[in-house]
Design a protein around this ligand. Sequence first.
Ligand SMILES: Cc1cc2nc3c(=O)[nH]c(=O)nc-3n(C[C@H](O)[C@H](O)[C@H](O)COP(=O)(O)OP(=O)(O)OC[C@H]3O[C@@H](n4cnc5c(N)ncnc54)[C@H](O)[C@@H]3O)c2cc1C
Length: 414
Amino acid sequence: MHVAILGAGVIGVTTAFALAKRGCKVTIFDQANSVAAGASYANGAQLSYSFVDPMASPAMLKKLPSILLGKDPNSKQELSLAPDHLKWGAHFVGNCIEPKVNTNLKQAITLSLESRDALRELLDQHNISFRYKRAGKLVVTRSVTGLKNMQRAARVKSARGIEMRVLTADECWELEPTIKQHFGDIVGGVYAPDDHVGDARRFTTALSHICTEEYGVAVKLKQTVRGLASVGNQVVGIQTDKGVFAADSVVVCLGAGSASFLKNYGIPVLIEPIKGYSFTIPASDQAPSISLTDADNKLVFARLQSEVRIAGLADYDGDDMSLREHRLNALKDTARRLFPAIGDYHHSGTGWVGARPMTPDGLPIIGRTKIQNLFLNTGHGMLGWTFACGSAERIAKMMTNNGTEYLNDQRAAQ
Ligand SMILES: Cc1cc2nc3c(=O)[nH]c(=O)nc-3n(C[C@H](O)[C@H](O)[C@H](O)COP(=O)(O)OP(=O)(O)OC[C@H]3O[C@@H](n4cnc5c(N)ncnc54)[C@H](O)[C@@H]3O)c2cc1C
């Protein structure tokens, strides 16, 4: 079977690997000059296996009015009356109710644990250097209610085999003494020792080399995918700006570009681009080795060897994917105020913006579509790096085992 993978982000490349190791002939297409040029380029670096809580929650519902009125510094939303955006919003609100939150969290945990195992297996077989570490992660908060919510989620996760410890403020400072001076006002936090960090771009680049050199995968860059080639209801290839390419099956891994592409074929997936920013600075000797998330300011600090990656913000600017300097500066200012001693902010570089391909329930869309031989592996939102290896295994098993092992995602099939 010859498979065309659309998109060379972390999802496209892990999908290519999972299919190629099962004996498929694979070709990856991307419009960029290099792999991992989209959202996978400089993300928060968290393999956040223990913190896969979907964004839609009752707490988020309470915050929505202030976000929509532009009063939340962590999230700016451009007003849009586009039907797709309104539909996305309605579904997001629908996912903020407790029973949905629990179901979504449980599904996210299952995929997260599959992803952890799949990455482990991949690294047992292939030597990849991507600043990977089992760093552990501490999420801190200054809010008693916030801590209670985290405690409740920790119970659900512990019951599914994830090691989580709910800590008082003293216990947080004991675990990571370097934060005491700057996070003296927290009420507590949750610590997960089995969370990892790693550079998604380095991983994706190295894995694409393994794919080409050891599994015969072809990577075609600087090729914009314009559409599908089909006969009746069956996909038989793709059209790029360089010509038509024949394939037996096609997997759409276009990240934030997926929804507009699929809309042309009457597959109305709900994926919106939610922009986030990051910058990377040289670490100081006070930089913690564990990953630290400030839950109140929605900011992550991740140590990547001699550097610290700082990421945050969740903006909706419609189709505008540009880096807005004032938003990057807002992130830098907040980070410096919260944790000035973590590194050298004078060397924070140009910074980066990426578009998270967000679904309303925070879960990716992995499955068959109504078009024969057209598959989706997309919509990984805030957690694409974390979910990548498990999602790739799922779609590859579905495609090579004729769907017997996994139920199809109904959102893809609509
Ligand atoms: C600031 C920020 C921080 C984040 N932090 C984390 C984190 O700590 N942990 C985590 O798990 N996740 C994190 N994420 C989310 C994660 O980065 C994404 O979910 C993931 O990168 C999505 O991967 P993807 O391959 O689906 O998309 P992308 O990496 O965006 O890849 C899609 C590719 O499709 C290509 N493309 C699009 N349209 C076309 C076309 N028509 N023709 C050809 N090519 C096309 C693009 O060029 C791109 O390379 C973060 C995201 C952001 C923005």
